[in-house]
Structure formats: C-alpha cells, structure tokens
Ligand binder design. Structure first.
Ligand code: AMP
Ligand code: MG
Length: 422
C-alpha cells in the first residue's frame, strides 16, 4: 500500500469547517433520541451466548453446595490437633468426592478425605497427606496445621441470593459456564434488534454481475452484514437501490415498516442528497449533519416511521468508522448493553501521521509490542476513506484528536483495539 497518490483526500482542503458538529455532540444527540426496545426472550443458555442479559441473575444455590476438602488428606476435628508434639488418631474410613463418609468424627479419630469430598460430620479441618505419618492403625499428626485449614466452606464462592450477572451484560463463554454452575438452564435476554440496510448508487453491482465501465462491487452491505452479525442483530439485507427517487422511497417505506433500525450507505453527501432529503422529509424526521470526523463526515440521522435511521457515507472506510462511532453505541443503547469495559490505550506511534486540525481522525493502525513489552503502533499505509484494505490489515484505530496537526515517530497516541469494539 504505497500508492502515494491515494493518500490525498479530495475534501481535506476544508478540514476546518465551523459548521461541522463534533463527533461527541453528534453521539450525544443520537443517544438522547434512542429508546431501549422492549421484549425479553427466555432461551437455553447455549443459545444465549453473545446475547444481552435482560434481568439480573441471582444464585439459587450455594457454590460450593457443601463444605468440602480443598486437599487430599485427613479430615479431623480441630481440637485433635496438639498444641505441641504429636497425637495419634485412628482412621474410620474414606470420604470421596461424590461419595461422602456416613459416620462422624471425634477428637480421637479422623477420616481419609479426597479433594472435593464433603466434610464428614464433626470434622472442620483437613491435614494434608504430606503432613501425616501413616501407622498400622491410624495416623500421627503434629502441631503444624491450624484448625479450619484446607476446607472450602459451602457458599464461599457464591452464596444463595448473591448477584452473579447484571442486566445489560453481553454473555460470554465464562458467563454461560457460570449459569450452568448454578443449575440455570435458561437465561432472560433482550430480543434481537431487527436491522434493515441497503446500499445506494447507480455505480454499484452485486457479486455475480459483470463490472461495466465505472461500476464497482458493493462492499458496504458485506461489512455492514459482518458488523451487525457480530452484534447479534436480526438482519434484513435489502440489496442495492438505484439513485432513483421512486425506488428509494419504496425501500425506505418497506424498511420502516419491518425494522427497528434502517442503515443506508451512500447518497448523503452534499450535492447528491437532495432527493433523499425530500423523501425523508415526507417519511420521517431526519437531520443531515457534517460531523467533524475523518473518515466519515456526512451523516444523516433521525427516524423514518418508527425506525431509527442512519444514512452513512458511501466510502467503505467511512461506513465502518461511522458504524463503530455512532451506530454501534446507538444499537447498544437500544438493547441496554452495558459498555463500561471498552478500552482506549496509549501506544508509541512508530509512523509519521499526516493530519490537519479540525476533525477527529480515525487512522488505521497495527498494534504490536516491542522487545521490552511496550505497546507500539504503525499505520497501515494509505489512509484514504475508500481504501478498505486499510481496515482489513489494521487491528486498531489510532484516534487523533480534533486539534492534532500530525504525529512524529516516537509520540504517544490513543488507540482503540478492534477486539474491544465488538
Ligand atoms: P456517495 O456517498 O454515494 O457519494 O459515495 C461515495 C463513494 O463511495 C463513491 O466513490 C462510491 O462509489 C463509493 N460507494 C458508495 N457505496 C458503496 C458501496 N456500497 N460499496 C463500495 N463503495 C461504495
Ligand atoms: Mg452515491
């Protein structure tokens, strides 16, 4: 990716535009107008992987369920342990994990016990097997073990009634294992969002169609598909719609009637948006914004019928940046997802990054570690908004603040790992 001419962005001469809305203000406006969806499903915990928990989950059992041994050894009564010197105890039998010992222990005797076995009645301490001397009739113990050692108390991990998972959590493999450990077969999750999307543009062809002069394959529907699928949305792919007012009006109406959210790409930049503006004026309430973000400046947002509407720019990288910056937080608010875990990290930038003040930039970077374990980042190459390979090669965004006028190698930058975005 060293085609120098691709580095030029045709719109960079007006990077500073006082009429632009800041990315932060745009996101706040979007979030303020989003309402969480209603609708809870109870589904089997395996199906609940990656879904959003709709209610708090409390434990109905103790974990561990019974007081048990943490080690292989001998279960004794604490008073059997001598203050100094040694004591001899007879062995009554064995307690196995899953096969408890039926009798009870006094200060004269003990029970051989395996890790995980329920403590026999009367015993409160386990002396590990390495610390005893086995005789013909029993064992000899010394003063080294303290009363209560090597025992796991019932409920010491989770007690009955403890809060284990909080509403809004995106369930991960550990969570579904945790639910299983509590004997919970089904989890209450927020229903999937229905998200419709289509691409606009006379130049767009679908895969399988021949490419005539000036035509390009539609990639935005595929990146949108991937990003939405990862979020667990119910997807309605409406294909490519031509730059034709009737076809667009029809598509907007169909989407609004069937989806919670409609996302389009292309056709919202200054110059070609006018009839989309007219149509949306008839069907809903939509604002057209210039957002001080690069890539991805033109953005339409509002409501079409009852559906939330995002009109994303056409350029493939702009689609992804605006999706992650604006659409994803909105969808998360709709499902009530808790997003407190998202990380922004500092890394040493080993590339020269060109930038003009006036917009927040999301450059594409490759995050690595140097030999000393420090986080370092390099850019992926050409950073034009049409260069989708930059997103494919990257594993993070390098976020440059609005006032930044570029980065020299060795300076520190904010990066957002892609793995934290989804
Ligand atoms: P527009 O916002 O419609 O002016 O499009 C901006 C640029 O993005 C143009 O070069 C389009 O050809 C390109 N573009 C628009 N939609 C798509 C798409 N679905 N897939 C790939 N490129 C697109
Ligand atoms: Mg277009």
């Amino acid at each position: 990716m060293s085609n120098k001419h691709l580095e030029k962005d045709p719109s960079c001469k007006d990077d500073f535009d006082p009429k632009s809305l800041s990315a932060h203000a745009a996101l706040e406006q979007i979030k303020a107008s989003i309402k969480p969806v209603r609708g809870i499903e109870k589904i089997a915990i395996r199906e609940a992987l990656n879904r959003i928990l709709a209610e708090d989950v409390r434990s109905r059992i103790n974990v561990p369920s019974g007081t048990n041994s943490a080690m292989d050894g001998y279960a004794v009564h604490g008073t059997a342990i001598p203050a100094d010197g040694t004591a001899e105890l007879t062995v009554l039998g064995t307690a196995w994990a899953g096969k408890p010992f039926a009798g009870s222990v006094t200060s004269e005797n003990c029970v051989r016990i395996m890790t995980g076995a329920i403590m026999p009645e009367g015993a409160d301490t386990v002396i590990i097997q390495e610390d005893v001397q086995v005789t013909e009739t029993g064992i000899i113990i010394d003063a080294a073990t303290r009363a209560g050692d090597n025992v796991r108390q019932a409920g010491e991990d989770i007690a009955v009634g403890d809060l284990v998972l909080t509403q809004g959590r995106r369930l991960n493999p550990a969570d579904i294992g945790l639910l299983a450990s509590l004997g919970i077969a089904e989890a209450p999750v927020v229903r999937r969002l229905r998200v419709a999307f289509f691409s606009t543009g006379d130049e767009l062809r679908s895969i399988g169609e021949p490419l005539s002069d000036g035509a390009i394959y539609d990639s935005n529907r595929y990146t949108l598909y991937g990003m939405l699928e990862r979020m667990g949305a119910d997807i309605i792919d409406m294909g490519v719609i031509k730059d034709d007012p009737n076809a667009l009006e029809e598509a907007f109406a169909v989407a609004a009637a069937n989806a919670d959210v409609l996302i389009t790409s292309g056709g919202v930049s200054v110059g070609d948006a006018d009839y989309i503006k007219d149509i949306l004026g008839k069907l809903g309430q939509v604002d057209f914004w210039k957002v001080a973000i690069k890539p991805g400046r033109p953005l339409a947002f509002g409501h079409v019928g009852d559906a939330v509407f995002f009109g994303l720019p056409g350029n493939p990288v702009s689609v992804m940046v605006t999706f992650y910056e604006f659409v994803q937080p909105a969808l998360r608010k709709m499902t009530g997802e808790d997003t407190t875990g998202a990380l922004t990290l500092k890394a040493r930038c080993d590339s020269h990054l060109k930038k003009r003040p006036g917009r927040v930039e999301y450059q594409r970077g490759i995050l690595q570690q140097d030999a000393d374990g420090n986080l370092t980042v390099v850019k992926t190459g050409a950073q034009g908004s049409g260069i989708l390979t930059s997103m494919s090669q990257a594993n993070c965004f390098i976020i440059l603040p609005i006032e930044s006028s570029g980065i020299e190698p060795g300076m520190y930058v904010d990066i957002q790992p892609f793995s934290g975005l989804v």
